[in-house]
Design a protein around this ligand. Structure first.
Ligand SMILES: NC(=O)c1ccc[n+]([C@@H]2O[C@H](COP(=O)([O-])OP(=O)(O)OC[C@H]3O[C@@H](n4cnc5c(N)ncnc54)[C@H](OP(=O)(O)O)[C@@H]3O)[C@@H](O)[C@H]2O)c1
Length: 225
């Protein structure tokens, strides 16, 4: 029988629990370690050493420290935590110094990554037609810390002149909308996550991908055409 990929979960909040639930029903993955079940806990270093891949869904406050510590153990990582992209150079250095593999994304949903591709294409078309203004809206549940979302920043990096308005209220797991609008007409693109399951499924896709690789990859790498 094929052996299962061993996962160390770092962070056991909404996303950590969602990934754990998928692993419980999976023949491909097993969770061998959980860190930060409580905020005052330390990293479960002994457990992480036994894992093939550590998946981090924590917070911008602690994620870089986690990458440092897990990197030293030589364990590959999937980083779902957002709000740290200003430290991209530091993380690149840690990945290369420790010779680990790392996949990161502000959004592991397959649908959103297809949305990113559509935005690349839309951006190249609308660039030829300056009559169109562009604006964005993103809505997330009130507990989300970063604003605008990492996903919104990623979309904005693809489309010239795009700024997002952010709403933090209620329970929405993630809504992103981009509108191209002119005097004559408008086109609206939007993505609505229905639950956190899509993010967790994508994080496991990324886990499989990075389980036997070194180097740093955005999750978008898996959607190259
Ligand atoms: N990439 C994606 O697809 C995706 C999708 C959804 C969310 N996210 C991102 O993933 C991250 C986690 O989201 P979530 O909804 O799971 O959040 P959450 O429910 O607040 O869970 C965060 C987890 O990290 C722990 N934690 C937070 N700060 C910590 C610290 N300073 N030291 C140690 N542990 C700490 C929390 O412990 P306590 O419970 O004790 O506070 C909890 O276990 C956020 O950055 C969010 O934006 C990414």
């Amino acid at each position: 029988m094929k052996s299962r990929i061993k996962i160390a979960l770092i962070g056991f909040g909404k996303m950590g629990k969602e990934v754990n639930a998928l692993c419980e029903d999976s023949r491909d993955f097993e969770v061998v370690s959980v860190s930060y079940k409580n905020i005052n806990d330390k990293l479960d270093v002994e457990g992480i050493k036994k894992a093939d891949v550590a998946i981090d869904f924590t917070s911008p406050d602690v994620v870089i420290k986690n990458i440092e510590q897990v990197g030293k153990l030589g364990v590959n990582m999937v980083i779902g935590t957002t709000g740290w992209y200003d430290k991209m150079d530091t993380v690149k250095k840690l990945v290369s110094k420790n010779k680990i593999g790392l996949v990161y994304s502000p959004n592991f949903s397959v649908g959103v990554n297809i949305f990113f591709k559509i935005m690349d294409f839309a951006s190249s078309l609308f660039a030829k037609f300056p009559d169109y203004d562009v604006y964005g809206l993103e809505v997330h549940h009130k507990a989300k810390l970063d604003s605008p979302s990492g996903t919104a920043l990623k979309i904005a990096s693809k489309v010239n002149g795009l700024n997002f308005t952010s709403i933090r209220a209620g329970r929405n797991p993630g809504f992103h909308e981009v509108v191209f609008d002119s005097v004559a007409d408008g086109i609206t693109f939007s993505h609505q996550a229905y639950s956190r399951m899509g993010f967790a499924k994508g994080a496991l896709l990324a886990t499989k991908f990075i389980s036997n690789k070194k180097g740093m990859y955005p999750f978008e790498h898996l959607f190259k055409i």
